[in-house]
Design a protein around this ligand. Structure first.
Ligand code: ADP
Length: 261
């Protein structure tokens, strides 16, 4: 009798183990399929634009007007930058998956990081108003400046991608002595409450027919980077319930260089 029960228990355990193995395999298969479809779409779209613009420049170059030439050159530059961002995201994702994303921390000024990310976004933000509100004396923070700049850049890039042109993107930072908070809010469609956790899953995109290009990798990478710093990254509704807010919280070390503890 006992032997029968033990056999049933072992069978059950094996079954649960099999189901778990199958679930992991299915999830891996889903990620692989999503990666392949994302790769082919996100690599081909900018490449086709670059090839088209370059071919027009070569074929019709001498007969084109200056503005037409500038327009085609601009397309090549914009699309090459888009490819570059995509490849950067893929590299970050690979390092994150391999556990190789280890922050190289240094004492830095958050406003410098925000400014660097904003500068890097450059023309991407030219159709939006970016309002930055920072307290007068923000203590230095101990983070990897390259990685945190990547997070701020991705959040600004999403804000301008999903919010309509001519709307305002608000960057706010504050601290309570223990935690530094950075909020990037926009006036776009927002993220529905039921998706506010799932948007941090790899390849997850909110289904809304807006045909915005994207990989569904950016926020997963941002959260991975922030977690590696011991912080949190969450999505919420935007200011006054309009749009989206992405809220980054980082622990503040107890001692700051040059300031006695
Ligand atoms: P991507 O933008 O490349 O699709 P992300 O991982 O950056 O990937 O974002 C995941 C999804 O979260 C996006 O597809 C979009 O649906 C939603 N999302 C992210 N940021 C915003 C935002 N600021 N406003 C509205 N939706 C957003």
């Amino acid at each position: 009798m006992l032997a029968d029960q033990a056999a049933i228990a072992i069978e059950r355990t094996t079954l649960v183990g099999d189901i778990e193995t199958a679930r992991v395999a299915t999830e891996r298969e889903r990620l692989r399929a999503a990666l392949l479809s994302s790769l082919s779409h996100d690599l081909r779209t900018p490449l086709v634009s670059i090839m088209g613009a370059a071919s027009s420049l070569i074929t019709y170059g001498p007969s084109l007007t200056d503005p037409q030439r500038t327009d085609l050159s601009q397309t090549i530059q914009d699309e090459a930058e888009r490819l570059n961002r995509f490849v950067q995201n893929l590299l970050d994702m690979t390092r994150l998956e391999a556990g190789a994303l280890r922050p190289k921390t240094d004492w830095v000024d958050l406003p410098d990081i925000i400014e660097a990310a904003r500068r890097r976004a450059g023309r991407l933000l030219e159709r939006h108003t970016v309002r930055i509100t920072l307290p007068p004396a923000l203590p230095l923070i101990c983070v990897d400046p390259v990685l945190i700049e990547q997070v701020v850049f991705n959040l600004l890039d999403n804000a301008r991608k999903y919010a309509p042109p001519d709307s305002t993107i608000t960057v706010w930072a504050g601290h309570d002595g223990q935690t530094l908070t950075l909020e990037i809010s926009d006036q776009g469609p927002g993220i529905p409450p039921e998706d506010r956790e799932r948007v941090f899953d790899m390849f997850y995109r909110v289904d809304r027919n807006d045909r915005q290009s994207g990989t569904g990798l950016g926020l997963a990478i941002c959260r991975g980077i922030v977690t590696a710093h011991g912080g949190t990254l969450q999505a919420d509704s935007g200011l006054n319930g309009v749009g989206a807010s992405l809220i980054l919280r980082l622990p503040m070390p107890e001692t700051v260089p040059g300031v006695p503890a």
